[in-house]
Design a protein around this ligand. Structure first.
Ligand SMILES: Nc1ncnc2c1ncn2[C@@H]1O[C@H](COP(=O)(O)OP(=O)(O)OP(=O)(O)O)[C@@H](O)[C@H]1O
Ligand SMILES: [Mg+2]
Length: 300
C-alpha cells in the first residue's frame, strides 16, 4: 500500500534564501507525524507546499501514491496553517458554514455541528469569532480542517494556545481520526512533551533538510535510560559518583543523573558503602525534548 505522503528532493527558495533544500519525507498511512524543527527551519514552508498553497522549486510530492496536484487527492485534505481565514464579526457557526459551502459539502449544517462537537466547541457556535479566546480560535481552525472528512490533515502548530483540557481533547481527536488506519496527520509543534504523547512517527528538520525520521518505538529505543537521585550532601555525592561513573550530569530539577549501565540498587549500595544517605532515587529515560536538544547540539 502506498504512503500518505512521499516527498523527495523538495526545494523552495525565497530569493537567495534556501528555505527548503532537497527535503525527503515519508508519512505512512495511519500515522500521526510529528514535524519538529527550530524556528525558521522550514516546517511551515514544507507544509504549505504539501497543501499546494505555494509552488515548489524542485522535487516531487506524492499523496496516496498520486501527484499532489491531482484534484481528487487535494479535495481530501484538511489544512490549518497559521490562522484560519475567518470573518471576525460573524459567528463561529456562520464561518464554518461558509467554509462548508466553499468545500461544497452536502448536509453542511449537520457536518458543521459534527466537527464542532469533536473539538468541544458546539456550545460556542453562536459566539462571534472575534470574541473567541486564542484557544477557542485554535479549535475553530481545527474544526474547519476536519470538514469534509479529510484523508490527510496538515496542522501547523495546532496545539498553541490550548489549555490542558484542550490538549487532551486534541489527542482524542487525533487518535479518533487515525483509528481506521487510512487517515494520517502531519502536525508541527514546539510542544515536544505534548507531541510525544500522541505522535507515531517523527521528522526532524534543520536548515530546510530532513535530518532524521523515525517511529515512536525507534525514538523510545534510542532514548537513553538513567538512574536519577538526590542525597543529603550533593557535592560529596557528585564527587564520589564521579570516581565510579563516567556519564553523569545534574538535571534541571537538581537530580544527579547517571547514564552508565547501572541499576538503582547498585548505585544506592555503592553510596551507602561510602557513607552517603540517598534521599530519592528512580530510573527513567530521556524524552523527545531532550533527545531533540541532544541532536541539535550534535549538529552544531
Ligand atoms: N514568504 C516568505 N518570504 C521570504 N522568506 C520566507 C517566507 N516564508 C518563509 N521564509 C523564510 O524561510 C525559512 C523557513 O521558514 P518557515 O516559516 O518554513 O519556518 P518554520 O520551521 O515554520 O519556523 P517556525 O517554527 O518559526 O514556525 C525562514 O528563514 C523564513 O524566514
Ligand atoms: Mg512555522
Amino acid at each position: 500500500m502506498s504512503n500518505a505522503v512521499e516527498i523527495s528532493n523538495l526545494c523552495k527558495n525565497f530569493g537567495s534564501k534556501q528555505a527548503v533544500c532537497n527535503l525527503n519525507m515519508t508519512v505512512p498511512m495511519g500515522a500521526i507525524y510529528g514535524f519538529i524543527g527550530e524556528n525558521g527551519s522550514g516546517k511551515s514552508t514544507t507544509e504549505k507546499m504539501i497543501c499546494g498553497l505555494i509552488p515548489n522549486d524542485g522535487g516531487t510530492i506524492k499523496l496516496y501514491g498520486r501527484d499532489y496536484t491531482d484534484i481528487d487527492v487535494r479535495a481530501k485534505m484538511g489544512v490549518l496553517i497559521e490562522s484560519p481565514g475567518c470573518f471576525p464579526s460573524l459567528t463561529v457557526f456562520d464561518n464554518m458554514m461558509i467554509q462548508a459551502a466553499n468545500l461544497d459539502i452536502a448536509n453542511a449544517e449537520q457536518e458543521v455541528i459534527k466537527v464542532l462537537k469533536k473539538v468541544r466547541m458546539e456550545g460556542a457556535a453562536g459566539n462571534k469569532y472575534k470574541n473567541c479566546s486564542l484557544g477557542m480560535k485554535q479549535r475553530v481552525g481545527i474544526a474547519m480542517a476536519l470538514l469534509g472528512d479529510p484523508m490527510l490533515l496538515v496542522l501547523d502548530e495546532p496545539l498553541n494556545g490550548l489549555d490542558a483540557d484542550g490538549m487532551r481533547i486534541m489527542r482524542e481527536v487525533f487518535l479518533d481520526i487515525i483509528s481506521d488506519g487510512k487517515r494520517s496527520i502531519i502536525v508541527s509543534s514546539h510542544l515536544l512533551g505534548e507531541l510525544q504523547k500522541v505522535a507515531t512517527h517523527y521528522g526532524i528538520i534543520r536548515h530546510g533538510k530532513m535530518i532524521c525520521q523515525m517511529t515512536a518505538s525507534q525514538l523510545d529505543a534510542s532514548c537513553r535510560t538513567y538512574v536519577a537521585l538526590k542525597a543529603k550532601d550533593m557535592n560529596k555525592t557528585k564527587m564520589i559518583l564521579g570516581c565510579k561513573y563516567s556519564r553523569m550530569e545534574l538535571d534541571e530539577a537538581e537530580y544527579i543523573r547517571i547514564y552508565d549501565q547501572t541499576t538503582t540498587e547498585q548505585v544506592v549500595s555503592y553510596l551507602y558503602e561510602q557513607g552517603i544517605c540517598v534521599t530519592e532515587v528512580f530510573t527513567d529515560k530521556i524524552g523527545l525534548e531532550e533527545y531533540y536538544i541532544d541532536l541539535m547540539k550534535e549538529g552544531k
